[in-house]
Write a protein that binds this ligand. Structure first.
Ligand code: 6PG
Length: 472
């Protein structure tokens, strides 16, 4: 039997996605560059192997697919994708379809989509979130490329996707790299959400002296409240875990040096390109970078001494921390959605704002109860900053005092809180009608005659320094 779909790249994500596709009743052909992996995969597939066609050459793989063919690539982002497309193209025709499901840089996806038009083999770029578990049982899928091509395979992608109250979490976001762009911003938010949790963990551990298990209990309780989310849930679970080797809490034996594959950085770069500030995400990326500078931190502690981080009893309550997290999380998402709203236009996309929040409600790493409320707010006014939507304005009003209390306590006691601090400053800036940028404008005009606007007259003006009249 010919397969309805094919997948190349049987790494962790590709293997899980293939099993998911087979489980949903589709016949699928698989291929892997290291051919021996195909056999290993088939052995893991159990009864699902019945719907899986293993292939050992690209030619056999292509020949095993029903026409028009649809091929998912799950190979490492970057050159491997271009190489795989180049190898496939001569074997495919103008009705076939290549679907890149990796974590591609959306600029690459834009380029590949343009090349696909020139070279005549249609192409889609889809963002897939949810890690291995999501890929296996239902990821969140953010599609990009020609709408007609998406429509050709959407029944398969919807079938394998996560469901939120029965609704598939698989949505077409726009042409070219739109799907990968939305996935990139998803990951930027993911970085920030994780960093916010890590900062409160620091207060619990270093400020309040809680054990890892006790931190886990706190996260567990928060997961029953407004912060209910996958990331808070897994933070409870990792905090509770014990190292089988040493019997110590797992968290206590893990080196504090964070890895990253680049998607958070891409979000920040893009935000700078379009001038849509995402300071909480920037802080999260910077914190990962600083975490990697282990030697520098060691030298810093030696030279300056560690700040005494423990908090006198009663300085902060767990409720303060939870409230600060709520406020911080809202700022972070407000920034992420603001970036999405502002970037779309620049790339000629009409990004479906409420649908983006909806597609993130299940399956993906940042899934949380709050995303349903964000979807509702964006349905009302898709372009408006989330913190101005009634529901979130009210939450911010109720929680920003705690955010200030936590951040100021952190500052006084040497507990670093880059993301929470960024959230607070963003909030304070966004509610300050008279900012301090008048000083910047004066400086710019002084040294570069850049001119400024006045509060009391239209047009472009220069200061008296231009004529030397500022001299005493
Ligand atoms: C997801 C994750 C996934 C992956 C990232 C993590 O949505 O399923 O975001 O794509 O875990 O690559 O990125 P870092 O390695 O940069 O933390």
């Amino acid at each position: 039997d010919l397969s309805e779909i094919g997948l190349i790249g049987l790494g962790t994500m590709g293997a899980a996605l293939s099993l998911n596709i087979a489980e949903k009743g589709f016949r699928i052909s698989v291929f892997n560059r290291t051919v021996s992996r195909v056999d290993g995969f088939l052995a893991e597939a159990g009864p699902l192997a019945e719907r899986i066609t293993p292939t050992r050459s690209l030619e056999d793989f292509v020949a095993s697919l029903a026409e028009p063919r649809a091929i998912i690539l799950m190979v490492p982002a970057g050159e491997a994708v271009d190489a795989q497309i180049a190898a496939l193209r001569p074997l495919l025709g103008p009705d076939d379809l290549i679907i890149d499901a990796g974590n591609a840089n959306f600029h690459d996806t834009n380029r590949r989509a343009a090349e696909a038009v020139a070279q005549g083999v249609p192409f889609l770029g889809i963002g897939v979130s949810g890690g291995e578990e999501g890929a296996r049982h239902g990821p969140s899928i953010m599609g990009g490329g020609d709408r007609a091509n998406w429509d050709r395979v959407s029944h398969i992608l919807e079938a394998i996707s996560a469901k939120y109250e029965g609704e598939p979490c698989a949505t077409w976001m726009g042409e070219g790299g739109a799907g990968h762009f939305v996935k990139t911003v998803h990951n930027g938010i993911e970085y920030a959400d994780m960093q916010l949790i890590a900062e409160t963990y620091g207060v619990l551990r270093d400020g309040m002296g809680l054990s890892a298990a006790e931190c886990g209990e706190v996260f567990g309780r928060w997961n029953d409240g407004p912060l209910r989310s996958y990331l808070v849930e897994i933070s409870a679970r990792v905090s509770a875990a014990t190292d089988p080797e040493t019997g110590s809490p797992m968290l206590d034996v893990i080196l504090d040096r964070a890895g990253q594959k680049g998607t958070g950085r891409w979000t920040v770069i893009e935000s700078q390109q379009v001038g849509a500030p995402v300071p909480v995400i920037e802080a999260a990326v910077a914190a990962r970078n600083l975490s990697a500078a282990l030697e520098t931190r060691r030298a810093g502690q030696e030279l300056f001494g560690a700040a005494p981080q423990s908090l006198p009893d009663g300085t902060l309550s767990l409720d303060d921390l939870e409230a600060a997290m709520i406020a911080g999380k809202i700022m972070c998402y407000a920034q992420g959605f603001d970036l999405l709203a502002r970037t779309g236009a620049q790339h000629g996309w009409a990004l479906p704002m409420p649908e983006i929040a909806e597609v993130w409600r299940e399956g993906c790493i940042i899934r949380s109860d709050m995303l349903n409320d964000m979807a509702a707010a964006l349905r009302g006014e898709p372009e408006r900053n989330l913190i101005f939507a009634d529901y979130f304005a009210d939450l911010v009003a109720r929680n920003h005092v705690a955010l200030r209390k936590v951040v100021s306590t952190g500052a006084l006691h040497g507990l670093p809180m880059p993301a929470l601090s960024a959230a607070l400053s963003y909030f304070d800036m966004i509610r300050t009608e008279r900012s301090t940028a008048n000083m910047l404008q004066a400086q710019r005009d002084f040294f570069g005659a850049h001119g400024f606007e006045r509060i009391d007259a239209a047009g472009k003006h220069h200061g008296p320094w231009a004529s030397g009249q500022d001299r005493p």
